[in-house]
Ligand binder design. Sequence first.
Ligand SMILES: *Cc1c(COP(=O)(O)O)cnc(C)c1O
Length: 409
Amino acid sequence: MTAQVVPPDRQVTPVRQPSSLAAARLEKTVSAGAVRHNLAVLRAAAGGRGIMPVLKGDAYGLGAPAVAGLLVGAGVQALAVDTVAEGAALREHGVGVPILVMDVDVADNAEACARYRLMPAVAGLEQVARHSAVARRRGEPVTVWLRTNVGFNRFGPREERDVDTVLDALHRARAAVRVAGVFAHLSSSARDAEETAEQAAAFRARVSRARAVLGRRLAVSLAATHGLLHPAALDGTDWVRPGIGLYGLMVPDSRDLPGWAGSALARLRPAVTVRARVLDLVTVTRPEGLGYDRSAALAPGRRLATVAIGFSRGVTGHAPAFTGLLRGRSCPMVGRPGMDCAQFDVTEVPQARPGDWMTLIGREWDGTGPERSAGDVAAELDLTLYELLAALRMPVRLEDGADTPVAPP
Ligand SMILES: *Cc1c(COP(=O)(O)O)cnc(C)c1O
């Protein structure tokens, strides 16, 4: 018999799900209306090419199944992820469109890749061998994309002669392995037009060789979000693979690229907000410091809000520039965050109350107030925009923006 820890009449009847209990303190929201608008903007910038949204890292920490549902509902015909596990999770959530697994995964996952009807990237001989073995074992061909390396240098050979060896292997394995397309990742499209043009030219040469060996019908994809700012990265391609642009975000430096002027991407709209509740207010009465080891010194008279975001949610270390918006004012974080809360100096906000929402990313007052952009926050925490989105782990709510007007492309 199992031990009865809580007597039956004392057991708590759950009234709210644990996830909604967490969301009452802290939440990340994604505006569905803004994502649909951004998809329209990306389509306009892609000039008739297909859009294959990239939902890696749980859609940049925004919830891949929900974002996939939204995008497929908006007419997207293919998706991309980094890993077999991510693709399998989308299939388990009923996503039926073709899914490209862009990174090379471990050989152990090749069988599941086929079972979930995912399209793996093959970059080298090892992957050709592993996917053709799976196809033979299953008695069913596997569809792959060739990932070719034009300078990102993370997967696959860099030199032409080695690429030719891979093409030969794919040609020999053609009964088992069907190559649907060829793609590459640009290394510097957020910052460097010249290098991007060079990599795009190298890519076009690779595509011609691939077509000479494998046939003319190969689909072609090079640009991600920032690639849309480079005509050379779009030339001769069929698919664009945007990720971060779907959420209205771009690397700030990309605004200095020659392609920025007149680009449709100027119309992208931020889609993400992060807010956390004020839990308590503390007035400093002694010059003794606060937190572990009383290491953060603060003068008596200052008023602090203890807010429900800590390092378990991605706000780590000592970031004295990190601030939150409370009742229209910018309030700096003081000291180091704890596991589930951090403190902000709200001396200038005498009306602050427990239960108030502090805005960490986005606009206050349902979008009408002052704004803290994701770019500001990334700079304050010394993270890239990509790192910031994925680092902030908390309940995510997809706000149904069906009534938000979508700007014509
Ligand atoms: C992440 C990634 C993308 C999407 O990049 P964004 O800059 O977020 O648009 C596209 N292709 C590959 C191979 C990637 O790894």
